[in-house]
Design a protein around this ligand. Structure first.
Ligand code: CMC
Length: 371
């Protein structure tokens, strides 16, 4: 029996990430996501995902330095980006620029583990530069040079907004990056592993993952959430709006999950951030509307908010343009994709499942003239 959408099918062994859907627990390499969100940094989580343990002080410094030193894009790539239509979707831009970067990568011809770690480091360092540079280019501004004295989250906000972010904004984004870093065999990571299993290069596997993350049932959901909240407008409009969605049998973006049958542990942190940022901005309506939507969807459908629901209001209050929400997901998930690609290469077998044939059989070929 084929399981639609491969639901509950175990398709790989991995030590990277465990999602316990019954208990609502998420573990990276043995560490609970709550501990990591409260005590770690995105840079440390990158090390944890790639090397399977927390770094020592020296290792932590080394990976942070590498991630700071590799932020710049080749001039040729920036030149090509200036030729893109200004209407290009930022996920298309990210997908295309990663393809371009493979042609300028110093280790392009080397597929060994050390070279692949260097490539993964460069991609993780460059993703925020690609996203922020694109926003500057499409708005007719100069692409801002990355700063090496800031961590990845703060530098991204600096490149995007041209000013130093306040502490709550920088910390909120850093935590959001930790929360999105990996999630076992989600659709984009699976796509990356399928590509890597053919022994294609890491850039090609990441391109497959970016294209997959873009879909509204996956990373694209966070953009749809904020569009819905903007349409709702005010807390008083939530109930009639959501009831109408139910009547029209529409899905409410940011709810439901293939694996979690209880609260997504990442939503807890994002909900808290959404409230804190609302208080700091002096505009709590996005949080209030989100709470009301959450209550109604749970009452009517028994569905919980997933990672995309509260990240929408968090990014909006950070002043991030809506179509950059999914690229921010990618800025974090590149760490998980790379971890899975490295794990796939280390113990590889081509991923090649079968399809159950349901089509007709034994038809006699009819020549074109007789059809
Ligand atoms: N709103 C209303 N009803 C829903 C929703 C929702 N968000 N999600 C699931 N349902 C209903 C669905 O209509 C179906 O009902 P019925 O059995 O009566 O037809 C039932 O719940 C099962 O849904 P499904 O779509 O078959 O479940 P799935 O496991 O295939 O899909 C999902 C999981 C996340 C794609 C789905 O819940 C969904 O489309 N959610 C909205 C999009 C979203 O928020 N995506 C982000 C996912 S989490 C982070 C990420 O991966 O990026």
């Amino acid at each position: 029996m084929v399981k639609a959408g491969l639901e509950d099918v175990v398709a790989a062994s991995s030590t990277i990430c465990d999602v316990n859907g019954k208990e609502g627990r998420l573990i990276y390499q043995g560490y609970d996501i709550h501990d990591l969100a409260q005590q770690s940094t995105f840079e440390e989580v990158v090390y944890l995902l790639w090397f399977g343990r927390l770094p020592t002080k020296v290792e932590q410094e080394a990976i942070s330095n590498e991630l700071r030193a590799n932020r710049r894009l080749p001039d040729e790539v920036l030149k090509i980006m200036r030729l893109f239509p200004k209407t290009a979707n930022p996920m298309e831009v990210l997908r295309t620029v990663v393809s371009l970067l493979s042609m300028w990568d110093l280790d392009a011809a080397d597929d060994g583990r050390e070279a692949n770690i260097r490539k993964a480091t460069r991609l993780t360092a460059q993703f925020p530069t690609i996203v922020a540079s694109w926003d500057n280019i499409r708005n007719g501004r100069q692409a801002v040079t990355p700063r090496e004295d800031l961590n990845l989250a703060a530098n991204f906000l600096y490149m995007l907004q041209g000013t130093m972010p306040d502490e709550l904004s920088a910390t909120s984004l850093d935590i959001a990056l930790i929360l999105h870093a990996d999630h076992e065999l989600n659709a984009s990571t699976f796509a990356a592993r399928v590509a890597a299993a053919t022994l294609t290069d890491i850039h090609s596997a990441v391109v497959a993952a970016i294209g997959t993350l873009k879909g509204p049932l996956h990373g694209g959901a966070n953009q749809e959430v904020i569009k819905m909240l903007i349409k709702i407008g005010e807390p008083a409009n939530v109930e009639p709006y959501i009831k109408r969605m139910f009547e029209e049998h529409k899905k409410v973006m940011g709810f439901g999950h293939r694996v979690y049958k209880t609260e997504d542990p990442r939503a807890w942190h994002l909900r808290k951030m959404s409230q804190e940022l609302g208080v700091q901005c002096g505009e709590t309506k996005w949080y209030e509307m989100s709470r009301k939507v959450e209550e109604l969807v749970f009452q009517d459908k028994g569905l919980y908010a997933n990672v995309d629901f509260y990240s929408a209001s968090v990014y909006y209050m950070l002043g991030i343009p809506i179509d950059l929400f999914t690229p921010i997901f990618a800025m974090s998930r590149i760490s998980g994709w790379a971890a899975h690609i490295l794990e796939q290469y280390a113990n590889n077998r081509l991923i090649r499942p079968r399809a159950e044939y349901m089509g007709p059989a034994n038809l006699s070929y009819v020549s074109l003239d007789n059809r």
